[in-house]
Ligand binder design. Structure first.
Ligand code: SF4
Length: 160
């Protein structure tokens, strides 16, 4: 039986949308296990494979060069990339340092340089093409479920 191959990724953020997703599993896991192949989901399992994904759900903003490279890699490996939650969609609120005054920016520069941080924290769409957005802080459960149903149909996992 065909399954929707998904990956779930978290970058700079508080990971609350991941918690929302896990809570949704309490109710939906029995259905999802027959419809969804969780290829990459580090909160759920140790063996993860990010290649050949139908959908990559990406939570969080991009704060450093390592995250930027990983995001580009995810983009190469998925058919559809979906930004999950406000930080991924708009950068906020994880991008607070973008709005520091110049004195505070100067103070943190050493840390930024030392840990490979970018000059600014960016939403996903400033770095790669984003196909869809699930807004909210954390993500809206209702919107996520609606979109997931739509993707299951779109990828031919359930009948349209
Ligand atoms: S959008 Fe809100 S809940 Fe989600 S990671 Fe950012 S701060 Fe946390």
């Amino acid at each position: 039986m065909k399954k929707l191959k998904i990956g779930w990724f978290s970058f700079t953020c508080c990971e609350d949308s991941t918690i929302v997703f896990l809570e949704l599993m309490n109710e939906h896991y029995k259905d999802w296990i027959n419809l969804i192949d969780f290829k990459y989901f580090r909160t759920l399992k140790n063996n993860n494979d990010m290649t050949d994904l139908d959908i990559a759900f990406v939570e969080g903003a991009i704060a450093n060069y390592k995250e930027e490279e990983m995001l580009k890699e995810i983009r190469k490996n998925c058919k559809k990339l979906v930004a999950i939650g406000s930080c991924a969609c708009t950068g906020s609120p994880s991008n607070q340092r973008n709005f520091f005054d110049s004195e505070t920016k100067e103070e943190i520069q050493l840390i930024l340089d030392r840990f490979g941080h970018r000059d600014k924290v960016s939403p996903l769409s400033e770095i790669v093409k984003v196909d869809d957005f699930v807004s909210g802080c954390p993500m809206s459960e209702e919107l996520f479920l609606k979109k997931l149903e739509q993707y299951l149909k779109e990828f031919g996992v359930v009948n349209a």
